[in-house]
Design a protein around this ligand. Structure first.
Ligand code: HEM
Length: 506
């Protein structure tokens, strides 16, 4: 009997040792990748800051699909239009789940952007956003956008040095008006400021290596708060986010109850709540996710656009000359003008079948929002195991000399553009960004307005550069606060802006 026990013990120990030894190793059949370290896998080499740079260097070495190991978890990095198309677009039924960071769910409770695609909650969110962001609905949102863009012009005339926060206020106010029926006229001490404070916390909570590995070792979740700073951050995040949307949500509920509706998104969702099969907390979260997804992204793009113009005066002058020829001095631009401005289009949406140069040059979400494989998937003879986290290396695709050729500002298509599509910066497959059209209208109108109204030049602050050091760490490629020299291009234009502002009774 003891010998059986000893044998069983030896076998168990051998199995355990084998498992530990293999922990962190790349299994057979996975796409290739950098060498792993026992147990940790590729953690020691995992880039903390601007991961897209290292992802792109590895792509040059290992190809358009490679794998990394983080402990026993597999990560797959896709760095070509074709791989993204085949794995995420065509095979979307198997590759549309999400990684759900515990830190974030602890703070938010419900957050549909991180729900699996099979979940009822995610489907309800997509259904509601589809109705809200459909082309017919966008027409109805345009009035709100126009008012906010007029206010932006006016604010810049009044205090050009605050352009960074003016842009943030504008994108936040568009979204709060559309979602909650409440605009935000000023930045300091406002809901917009509170919102960005909350997203900063969310970004910190979601930073993959700044917290203990709670997703891999759930026991760590029980460590008391005094040794677990992430718990304090989670509490703070909850407080800020609640302070932000509690009253806004109540006002929407009240508007529906009293019949005094503003027609905003959340009122519609509250009204169709039963049909959507969603509970009150889920409805509330639908407001948050839309606001999170649509506000900072749009602001970051506009910040980069202004900086690109500031750093490339020759590009700015050429775009302005084109705008002046179409519009002259005596009328404010309208969205329809955009179609008559091929050069400006080419700066934002290149005049070819491919997508935005600025999105290529400084893509807003350079490694996408990772997907997760809900089933084992195969590509070019490689296995992508169930549970793998899949990144689309948007930066790598756009900076691959075979795919796109870098020019001084932006890039142009190279020889190997197979599988690329014009909305790649907006993600892939079933999770593709539902707000892409709203965002594009926002970008187009502000680009014309800003170049029609102002000259942007470098100032002496040292903040006028597009170098990556001037960008914040995090999932989004967002510029650090900056200033630049801004002048209204003529008295006539300043007067037109003032008049439009007065007419809108702002
Ligand atoms: C320049 C602006 C924007 C960019 C670059 C952008 C990009 C993206 C990307 C890359 C994703 C992840 C897609 C994927 O998982 O493959 C995403 C998701 C999402 N975006 Fe956008 N977005 C922008 C603006 C907006 C706006 C204005 C809205 C709403 C009005 C919005 C709503 C959403 C939502 C709700 C999701 C989550 C989709 C899901 O998980 O199913 N986005 N966006």
């Amino acid at each position: 009997m003891p010998s059986v026990l000893i044998g069983a013990l030896a076998l168990t120990s051998a199995l355990l040792a084998y498992r530990v030894w293999n922990y962190g190793r790349r299994e057979l059949g996975l796409p290739p990748g950098p060498p792993t370290t026992p147990i940790l896998g590729n953690i020691p080499h995992f880039p903390r800051l601007f991961p897209f740079l290292q992802f792109s260097r590895w792509a040059a070495e290992y190809g358009d699909i490679y794998s990394l190991k983080v402990l026993d978890r597999t990560m797959v990095i896709l760095s070509s239009g074709q791989a993204i198309k085949d794995i995420l677009d065509k095979n979307g039924t198997s590759t549309s789940d999400r990684f759900q960071p515990y830190t974030l769910l602890h703070a938010e409770g419900i957050y549909q952007i991180f729900d699996h695609a099979s979940s009822h909650r995610w489907r309800a969110m997509r259904k509601a956003t589809h109705t809200f962001l459909a082309p017919e609905a966008l027409q109805g949102h345009w009035g709100v956008q126009q008012i906010e863009y007029t206010r932006l012009l006016y604010d810049i005339v009044e205090s050009p040095k605050d352009i960074y926060t003016h842009i943030k206020r504008t994108t936040a106010s568009v979204m709060t008006t559309l979602i909650y029926g409440k605009s935000i006229p000023h930045y300091a001490g406002s809901k917009a400021e509170l919102f960005f404070e909350g997203t900063k916390c969310i970004n910190e909570l979601a930073a993959p290596f700044d917290h203990p590995p709670l997703d891999f070792f759930p026991i760590l979740r029980h460590v008391p708060e005094r040794w677990a700073p992430w718990k304090t951050l989670s509490k703070k995040t909850k407080q800020i986010r609640n302070a932000f949307d509690q009253d806004l949500f109540h006002q929407c509920e009240e508007a529906v109850r009293s019949g005094k509706r503003t027609g905003c998104y959340l009122e519609n969702v509250i009204e169709t709540q039963v049909e959507l099969g969603s509970n009150r907390n889920e409805v509330r979260a639908m407001g948050r996710v839309l606001l999170d997804a649509g506000t900072e992204t749009s602001a970051s793009f506009l910040h980069s656009f202004i900086m690109a113009m500031t750093c490339h005066p020759e590009v700015q002058s050429k775009a302005q000359a084109e705008i002046d020829e179409v519009l002259g001095n005596d009328q404010l631009p309208v969205l329809e003008d955009y179609g008559n401005l091929p050069y400006l289009n080419a700066l934002i949406k290149e005049a070819s079948e491919f997508c935005f140069p600025l999105h290529r040059f400084r893509p807003i979400i350079p490694v996408g929002v990772p997907h997760v494989a809900s089933r084992e998937t195969h590509y070019n003879g490689f296995v992508i195991p169930q549970g793998s986290v899949i990144f689309m290396n948007i930066w790598g695709v756009f900076h691959d000399p075979g795919g796109y050729i870098l020019t001084e500002f932006g890039t142009k298509p190279g020889a190997n553009t197979e599988g690329l599509r014009d909305n790649l910066p907006f993600g892939a497959g079933r999770r593709i960004c539902p707000g892409a059209e709203l965002a594009s209208r926002n970008i187009a109108m502000n680009a014309i307005n800003l170049l029609w109204a102002f000259n942007f030049n470098e100032d002496t602050s040292g903040s006028c550069t597009m170098d990556l050091e001037n960008y914040l760490p995090g999932m989004e490629l967002a510029l650090k606060p900056f200033t630049c020299n801004i002048e209204v291009r003529s008295e006539a234009r300043a007067a037109l802006i003032k008049r439009a502002y007065d007419i809108a009774a702002l």
